[in-house]
Structures are given as structure tokens and as C-alpha cells.
Design a protein around this ligand. Structure first.
Ligand code: PLP
Length: 392
């Protein structure tokens, strides 16, 4: 190799500068160099980064911000950013449970979370029971002497039922069981589970927090330094580490998170009321409306009704569902939520497609249920487009 090409292959050092970047630098480096083995010892002792799966600056910056948003005490240590929301939940289960333990899960969890609890955990010797999170007595009845953990979503996907977080937290404390709350739908802007007795908070950062449907990430944080250290070890060992670029994009998304969320929530409240008036609509599911089964609980727990609206179409067979989805174009039909643009999803053909029709109906998810994730478009235009589509 010539001297010239050798110098191109070798890495440059950062040019000296008295100024520093305004924007968080993106640092995709897989490894970090040190002067010698003694310096590497110091880094492993906690002074820096070594290898990206073990941690990198963009994940640390993001974890710091998300922990702060959730009101975590800095003494608990940093939470863990993972490659997806499911990886965050996997980190909790692998990090805080062992074979022989039992978990009580909400019977209204996101489809993959349900599968993780009821199919994958039992394969690894951890038993699980699903119960109704809107009723603490249903959760109480499912707790056994070997129960170590309760897993609920603050607001369920896609039925938007509101868990009795206070009642379940009291129960968890009394029985010495960890309470894990998936706060994806409510976000820390609306609800901070640690203030209501949760021990662990989980997020799909993919959704409202990152907010632009171009990142798949998760986050988990617990309320003790010991638990956060255990979660960090598991995420590193099982390789749940996120990409620096995804963390960088998510951090950028967070800068506008509060503006986006507040705008979406105020539009969602208006949209829910407008859709409820339409003749072709059997029911609107929205925690901010007085006809929601947990409206009083939602009003006491959250500042607002959220950015998601469920709509049950009258006579809602597949044909009517398809007609509404097509009439709503250019509002996109896509199986995700929390994007800057409004999205329509159909749980029966996406998140809950693995269930039989009778299982879905038992969970309150008929074929005719569509879920609207409200974005930040001009509210009047959006409401006019969607009332036209749903009323057609
Ligand atoms: N939790 C909830 C409430 C979700 O809705 C989802 C995905 O839709 C997840 C977790 C999983 O997140 P991810 O898709 O980032 O793995």
C-alpha cells in the first residue's frame, strides 16, 4: 500500500476548534480508541465508551432526555434506549424475571406484547395470566404467590380503555409485585407513571416521541439504580442496542414533541366530537368524551384525551371499512401511529390479525373498528376531510 492510500484509510483526528457544534453530533463509530490498555481499563470503569453495542453517545443523550421527561430521579441512573419498543419490553422481561416466576398482563395489550407474555415467556419457564386492567379487582384475582410483575398499558391499543393505574399500583405495592407501565399512548406529556406508583416505564419511541415514522426505537427506565443496571446489562448482552442514527433522529424529533402532541390532542378532541355526530358511525372511542367508559378516570389522570380516536363504523363489514379508508385519501392508511401526519389503521387486519373474529370481538375490536392517529395538519381541513370520508 502506498503512503498516500495508507493515510486515506487511517482515521483523521478532529480538527482543533474553540467552538463546539450547535447540534448533537451523530457518532456512528462502532468502537472507541484509547491511548493504551490502562486508559481502556479506565473507560470500562465508567469513564467513556468502548464498543457501540455497549453504549454510544447518541443513545446516552436520548436516554437522558427521555428519563427527564418521565420525571426519573437522576439517582436511579440512566434508562436504556433499545432498537424497538418490543426490545424495550423484552429487556424488562429478560432483565427482571427468572424461570419459575409468574406475570399478570393486561388482556388489552398491543398484539405483539400479548404474544410475548402468553407465548414466548411460557417457553422460557415464566407463566402468565391476562386480566382486565380497567378493574383492579380483576388484576388482584390473577395475582399468585409466585407473581413478580404486572404489565399494563396506560391507554390500551386500539380500544383506548384506561387502566386503573392507581388501583393497580396500590395492589402491586401491597403484594410486593413490580408494576410495569407501557406509556406509549399517553406519553409523559399527558401522564407520568412514576408519579402514580409504577416501578418501570416502557415506550415505543417509534410513535409520538420520535414522531416522524422514520425511526424504530424503544426506551425503558426503572425506579432503582439496581434495576436500571440489570436492564442495561440485558440489552447489551442480547444485542437490543439502537443505531446511533435512529437515536439522533429521535432526539431531533423530541425537540418538537410537545408542540406536535398538544396540537394533535386538541385536534383529536374536536375530531372525536365531529365524527360522533355522523349517521354512519356507531360509536366513537375517545377517553376525553363523556360517553367513554373510563371518562372520569381519564379526566382525573390525564391533562387531555389523547391523540388517538377509535371509530366503530355502522354495519362495519370489510366493504364499508375499505370504502371509508379510500374516501379518506390523502389521509394515509398505515399500521402505525404517532406520525406528524394523520394515519388511519384497521386493527382487525393489522395489529390483531392473528386473533379469530370471536376473540377480537371479545376484546372490543370488531371488523368495523378503525383507529385514527391524529397528526398536526390544519385542524379544520383535516376534520372536514374525515367527516366527509366517514359520513360517506
Ligand atoms: N407498545 C405499544 C402500546 C405499541 O402500540 C407498540 C407498537 O405499535 C409497541 C409497544 C411496540 O413498539 P415497536 O413497534 O417500536 O416495537
Amino acid at each position: 500500500m502506498s503512503d498516500e492510500s495508507r493515510s486515506i484509510v487511517r482515521r483523521s483526528t478532529t480538527p482543533p476548534s474553540v467552538s463546539v457544534p450547535l447540534v448533537t453530533p451523530l457518532q456512528p463509530s462502532v468502537a472507541y480508541t484509547t491511548d493504551d490498555a490502562d486508559a481502556l481499563d479506565a473507560v470500562y470503569g465508567g469513564a467513556g465508551f468502548t464498543y457501540a453495542r455497549e453504549g454510544h453517545p447518541n443513545a446516552s443523550v436520548l436516554a437522558e432526555k427521555l428519563g427527564w421527561m418521565e420525571g426519573a430521579d437522576p439517582a436511579w441512573g440512566r434508562g436504556v434506549v433499545t432498537g424497538s419498543g418490543m426490545a424495550a419490553l423484552g429487556t424488562v422481561l429478560l432483565g427482571l424475571l427468572a424461570a419459575g416466576d409468574h406475570v399478570v398482563g393486561s388482556n388489552q395489550l398491543y398484539g405483539r406484547s400479548t404474544r410475548l407474555l402468553s407465548v414466548d415467556l411460557p417457553r422460557m419457564g415464566v407463566d402468565s395470566t391476562l386480566a382486565d386492567p380497567t378493574d383492579a379487582s380483576s388484576i388482584a384475582a390473577a395475582i399468585r404467590s409466585d407473581t413478580k410483575m404486572i404489565v399494563v398499558e396506560t391507554v390500551s391499543n386500539p380500544t383506548l380503555r384506561v387502566a386503573d393505574v392507581a388501583g393497580i399500583a396500590a395492589l402491586a405495592r401491597e403484594r410486593g409485585v413490580l408494576l410495569v407501565v407501557d406509556n406509549t399512548f399517553t406519553t409523559p406529556r399527558s401522564f407520568r407513571p412514576f408519579e402514580h406508583g409504577a416501578d418501570v416505564v416502557v415506550h415505543s419511541v417509534t410513535k409520538m416521541l420520535a414522531g416522524h415514522s422514520d425511526v424504530t426505537l424503544g426506551f425503558v427506565i426503572a425506579n432503582t439504580a439496581e434495576a436500571n443496571a440489570a436492564l442495561g446489562e440485558v440489552a447489551v448482552t442480547w444485542g437490543f442496542t439502537p443505531s446511533p442514527f435512529d437515536c439522533w433522529l429521535a432526539e431531533r424529533g423530541l425537540h418538537t414533541f410537545e408542540l406536535r402532541y398538544d396540537r394533535a390532542v386538541s385536534t383529536a378532541a374536536r375530531l372525536a366530537d365531529s365524527l360522533a355526530e355522523l349517521p354512519g358511525v356507531e360509536a366513537v372511542l375517545y377517553p376525553g368524551r363523556a360517553d367513554h367508559p373510563e371518562h372520569a378516570r381519564a379526566a382525573s389522570l390525564f391533562a387531555a384525551g389523547g391523540a388517538m380516536v377509535g371509530v366503530v363504523l355502522e354495519g362495519g363489514g370489510r366493504q364499508r371499512v375499505n370504502a371509508v379508508i379510500r374516501a379518506a385519501s390523502p389521509v394515509a392508511f398505515a399500521p402505525t401511529l404517532g406520525d406528524v401526519a394523520t394515519l388511519i389503521a384497521h386493527p382487525a387486519s393489522s395489529s390483531h390479525r392473528a386473533l379469530s373474529e370471536s376473540e377480537r370481538v371479545a376484546l372490543g375490536i370488531p371488523e368495523g373498528l378503525v383507529r385514527i392517529s391524529v397528526g398536526i395538519e390544519d385542524p379544520d381541513t383535516l376534520i372536514s376531510e374525515l367527516t366527509h370520508a366517514f359520513g360517506s
